[in-house]
Design a protein around this ligand. Structure first.
Ligand code: SAH
Length: 358
């Protein structure tokens, strides 16, 4: 294990970093491109598979570099929706999860950026498990690579950064993983098929706007009122909604994109008539749309405090709430719950396989 830790994690290297590395070890540049191709296009996890690389170099690479960042522990499929949860173990034995959501022609992969999460949102299972560490670029990329390898014939068409963790608090690695996913030589996903979801770090939202990545942005709103938002999302005390809205306006202007507001429906907390009014006003202040999310139970985490008191808005009331917003000309979608029977739905990821199913 110790020797393994010393190996260089070259998954997650950009092409130019890999070229630099090959230069350092006295190998020609084109070899870097060949290895790059093996990793990202052939989805190779073993240097010895790399047929066009000389045996001696394969041997050298396997001794000094590692292509393995995650081990698949288990998968679990939803009986009702086809959603599949992948539980991975990192090399230091931390558990993370990705979720594959097939919807018609689309295969959306929801990926994690941190082990746990430091934000402590009261409705989210990941928040309840606390924060362990950031994921490396290789670990973020590998969630895609290993899943793509498994489903081979069907392609992953969309990536959403909505798994465990806050992507903008692992900014550099998140950014570099997007570079890998959008690179034409590698995965080649269009930037419009990638969505980063954030609870709101204004400075980083602006930095992302200036980064040139031009991905879609989703903002976890959950209340248009500062006090309610602070109650269920403690991060709002540090970075207010007002400050975030200013950053989101900047993002939408720079990227010429609509912001998606994610809004988990909580009974009596954010589903009242005054919420419709405040939400309408907020949505009219920038190009946006709303994604209403049914609250997925976090009972498997044995929550305490406010978390234990939260209740879902009924489906009927979600429809009513949506209708009122539509009447106000707000673009709105109701997200279908995917995979709550396997704790793979939004906000249920906590590195646990639900015991009731095998
Ligand atoms: N930290 C990022 C990404 C992870 S959360 C963020 O906050 O956006 C991904 C989405 O799931 C967010 O919109 C989040 O608010 C939502 N979510 C979290 N817990 C949920 C739950 N129990 N039910 C429904 N949606 C939830």
């Amino acid at each position: 294990m110790k020797r393994e830790e010393k190996k260089i994690e070259i998954k997650g290297f950009t092409l130019s970093e890999l070229q630099n590395y090959f230069h350092q070890i006295g190998e020609p540049k084109y070899r870097a491109l060949q290895v790059f191709n093996w990793i990202y296009n052939h989805l190779s996890t073993d240097f010895f598979e790399m047929e066009n690389i000389p045996k001696s170099l394969r041997q050298k690479l396997s001794e000094t570099c590692s292509l393995q960042t995650l081990n698949l522990v288990t998968t679990q499929s939803s009986l009702s929706t086809g959603t599949k949860k992948y539980l991975y173990s990192t090399l230091d034995n931390k558990k993370i999860e990705s979720v594959l959501i097939p919807e018609g022609e689309r295969n959306t992969l929801c990926i994690s950026t941190q082990v746990g999460c430091p934000l402590d949102c009261k409705f989210c299972a990941t928040g309840l498990m606390g924060f362990k560490r950031n994921l490396s670029v290789g670990e973020i990329a590998d969630q895609y690579l290993l899943t793509a390898k498994e489903i081979r014939k069907e392609k992953i068409t969309n990536i959403v950064y909505m798994g465990m963790g806050e992507p903008l608090l692992n900014f550099e690695n998140t950014k570099r993983s997007v570079e890998i996913f959008t690179n034409e030589l590698t995965v080649g996903l269009s930037r419009t098929r990638i969505t980063i979801s954030t609870a709101g770090i204004p400075k980083k939202i602006k930095e992302l706007a200036d980064s040139g990545l031009r991905v879609k942005l989703a903002f976890s709103l959950h209340s248009a009122f500062e006090d309610v938002r602070s109650k269920i999302m403690p991060i709002n005390k540090k970075y207010s909604l007002l400050e975030n809205l200013e950053a989101l306006k900047y993002y939408s202007k720079q990227i010429k994109t609509r912001i998606t507001f994610e809004y988990t429906m909580l009974k009596r907390m954010n589903d009242r008539d005054e919420d419709v009014t405040a939400l309408t006003k907020l949505c009219n202040s920038l190009p946006s749309k709303i994604n209403l999310i049914p609250f997925n139970s976090i009972k498997h985490m044995n929550p305490a405090g406010i978390s234990a008191e939260l209740e879902p808005t009924s489906n009927q009331d979600i429809q009513r709430f949506a209708d009122k917003l539509r009447k106000n000309n707000i673009t709105i979608m109701i997200r279908e719950t995917q995979g709550d029977d396997i704790a793979a739905a939004c906000g249920q990821l906590a590195g646990k396989i639900k015991k009731t199913l095998t």
